[in-house]
Ligand binder design. Structure first.
Ligand code: NAP
Length: 195
């Protein structure tokens, strides 16, 4: 992550804030004295707890509960992020399909994992390309699984590889609009955010 001074006073949108990485980022950003957070994920009770935690640190929080694969949820999230003045957006929602060690993923997971891990973040970029203000930074969380074909993770890894590919291909077009796209496919996920 950038320095605490960079985040102080900023408003930040996080999708997938209720997971391990998201929770760590929320805590880190509160310590950095951000002005406001807009948090989104499906588990509303955790979003409510995060709102209380952040409020105790003097951070104003709005929550947008819902499934990020739903275009209505993405549209609401974007309008809330824009209204709050978020110029840092972190798209961290992701899912590893469940399966036994020696079996393939459930066939239904193939579609669901691509929808969440690849399509939804890309749709969010395309849907809102004209709405991001100059200087916006958007971090997309890929995975090391995108770099090497892992026999246990063919669906997860290929969805993340698609995301990494698309983000790199889109970087110049967004840069021309003064919007910076970053992504991380290595172990230093947090450090690579919003650089
Ligand atoms: N942990 C690792 O070692 C690792 C390594 C490389 C990359 N990553 C990537 O880093 C990101 C965060 O990982 P994590 O370890 O924090 O995973 P996690 O603990 O499983 O958290 C996943 C987050 O995604 C949200 N989410 C899942 N499905 C969603 C949906 N349909 N709509 C909206 N939100 C949804 C979850 O919230 P709800 O359940 O409340 O919706 C949760 O906030 C993921 O993209 C993951 O692929 C993780």
């Amino acid at each position: 992550m950038r320095s605490a001074a960079f985040y102080a006073g900023q408003a930040v949108f996080i999708c997938g804030s209720t997971g391990g990485l998201g929770q760590a980022i929320v805590h880190e950003l509160c310590a950095c004295r951000v002005r406001a957070l807009v948090l989104s994920a499906r588990r509303e009770h955790i979003l409510q707890e995060q709102r209380q935690y952040a409020a105790a640190h003097g951070v104003e929080v709005q929550i947008c509960p819902g499934d990020f694969t739903d275009p209505k949820v993405r549209a609401l999230a974007m309008s809330m992020a824009a209204a709050a003045g978020c110029q840092c957006l972190i798209l961290a929602a992701g899912q590893v399909p469940a399966h036994a060690r020696d079996s393939l993923e459930d066939p239904a997971a193939v579609e669901q994992i691509f929808k969440l891990n690849a399509l939804a973040p890309l749709q969010f970029l395309y849907e809102n390309a004209d709405k991001f203000t100059l200087g916006t930074r958007i971090a997309l969380i890929s995975s090391q699984a995108a770099l090497y074909p892992i026999p246990m993770l063919p669906v997860y890894g290929s969805a993340k590889a698609a995301l990494s590919y698309a983000v790199q291909a889109l970087q110049p077009q967004f840069a021309a609009r003064r919007v910076k796209l970053t992504f991380s496919d290595g172990p230093a996920l947090c450090r690579a955010l919003l650089v």
